[in-house]
Design a protein around this ligand. Structure first.
Ligand SMILES: Cc1ncc(COP(=O)(O)O)c(C=O)c1O
Length: 399
């Protein structure tokens, strides 16, 4: 019997895929399931971007691109970082990858040795902990909760730092909580980070445009930590280009060549056609794509007014991204229609099997007392889903 590597044995399957697969299987067997499990915009790629891709094919962009991406794209990213975030990054500091996911793995791979600690504020995006394990690191968690809008404080960060800490990794706007850090909160975090010059921050800003309150702020704006911050962003969420697989890192000058080196041996440059299309996307005024954010906002409002009346749900109005992350600790340890609910994953499974609404339990986001609902779905599906949840929970026999 051939044994798998210890590296593989350390990894878990993503609960998002477990729940979405189960929802798909139920649908295939004829059950009318509404799946609110996946984190991707339900919009088509905007026409202007599609046209740029078609033109790139016709112009024969069919060869390998440079490992960190076409220079014109890196220039467009550099301009975008200046235009939207007031950040100065040269083209040589940017590496275009197969999604933000690969951009994050590149940084972890370039920096982590076995046993190095990576601080993850909870809740974290499911893949972070698994990526850290894959690269030999060890995650250290900062607990946050419903009561603190799921955000870490500067004091919590200071306490979590040890001599083995190498990286702080978080997303703002946050998947799964829908919170984002304000300028003042980032400033307080930056003051702590500046005291620890060997600490590197990976700031995942992939949901930047999906903010209903304000323009996005990046922690990279603070000059005192300029050499410690890697900004991660990409085309998946703001441009509905998930399947085109394009993300990027903007890293300090000392780190950027290491990211190119690792990517060069793993996958080479990202898809050439998608890169050409991304130039057009980034050079277009972001207001042109705002219609998607407006739609998310009206769906968010629709769901919020329903979800806050669901029995046993404590829910915050999400200010960004496209997820609700209610605290359902009321149900933990109880029995619902004869099913014992030990954690949020059990509760998510109960909702799928009983209400035929798919969501993801919070265990793999680090919070066994919460569940995540994506509202990147049509208003009619969201209304139907809320009707079903209300019916199921209002009629459940709880003991
Ligand atoms: C916080 C966060 N970062 C990164 C990603 C991955 O983005 P990409 O599609 O660019 O790999 C996701 C996707 O769900 C995400 O939620």
């Amino acid at each position: 019997m051939i044994k798998f590597s210890e590296r593989l044995e350390r990894l878990s399957y993503s609960q998002t895929f477990v729940m979405s697969n189960k929802a798909r299987e139920m649908k295939a067997s004829g059950i009318d399931v509404i799946s609110l499990t996946l984190g991707e915009p339900d919009f088509d790629v905007p026409d202007v971007i599609k046209k740029a891709a078609i033109q790139a094919i016709e112009e024969n962009y069919s060869h390998y691109s440079p490992v960190p991406g076409f220079l014109e794209l890196r220039k467009a990213i550099s301009n975008k970082l200046k235009r939207d975030n007031n950040l100065e990054f040269k083209e040589s500091q940017i590496c275009v990858s197969n999604g933000a996911k690969q951009a994050i793995v590149n940084v972890l791979g370039a920096l982590l040795n076995d046993g190095d600690e990576v601080i993850l504020p909870v809740p974290y995006w499911v893949s972070y902990d698994e990526m850290v394990k894959l690269m030999g690191g060890s995650s250290v968690f900062i607990k946050t909760s419903y009561a603190t809008d799921f955000k870490m404080t500067a004091e919590q960060l200071e306490e979590a730092i040890t001599p083995n800490t190498k990286i702080l990794l978080y997303s703002s706007p946050c998947n799964p909580s829908g919170s984002y850090y304000t300028y003042d909160e980032l400033k307080a975090l930056a003051e702590v980070i500046a005291k620890h010059p060997h600490l590197i921050v990976i700031s995942d800003e992939i949901y930047e445009y999906i903010n209903y309150e304000t323009t996005h702020k990046s922690i990279a704006v603070f000059p005192e930590i300029k050499d410690q911050v890697v900004v991660i962003n990409g085309m998946s969420k703001g441009y509905a280009m998930t399947g085109w697989r394009l993300g990027y890192s903007a890293a300090p000058e000392w780190l950027a060549p290491a990211l190119d080196k690792i990517q060069g041996q793993m996958t080479s440059g990202a898809n050439s056609v998608a890169q050409r299309a991304a130039i057009t996307a980034l050079e277009t005024d972001p207001k042109e794509f705002r219609y998607m954010v407006d739609a998310f906002q009206s769906r968010r409002n629709l769901v919020y007014y329903r979800m806050k009346t669901l029995p046993g749900f404590k829910v915050l109005l999400p200010k960004s991204a496209f997820y609700f992350y209610p605290d359902i600790s009321f149900y933990l340890g109880k029995t619902l229609n004869g099913t014992k609910i030990n954690n949020a994953d059990d509760f998510a499974m109960f909702l799928l099997e009983t209400a035929h609404v798919g969501c993801v339990g919070g265990v793999s986001f680090g919070s066994p007392e919460c569940v995540r609902f994506s509202y990147a779905a049509s208003e009619s599906d969201l209304t139907k889903a809320m009707d079903r949840l209300a019916h199921t929970l209002e009629n459940a026999v709880i003991s």
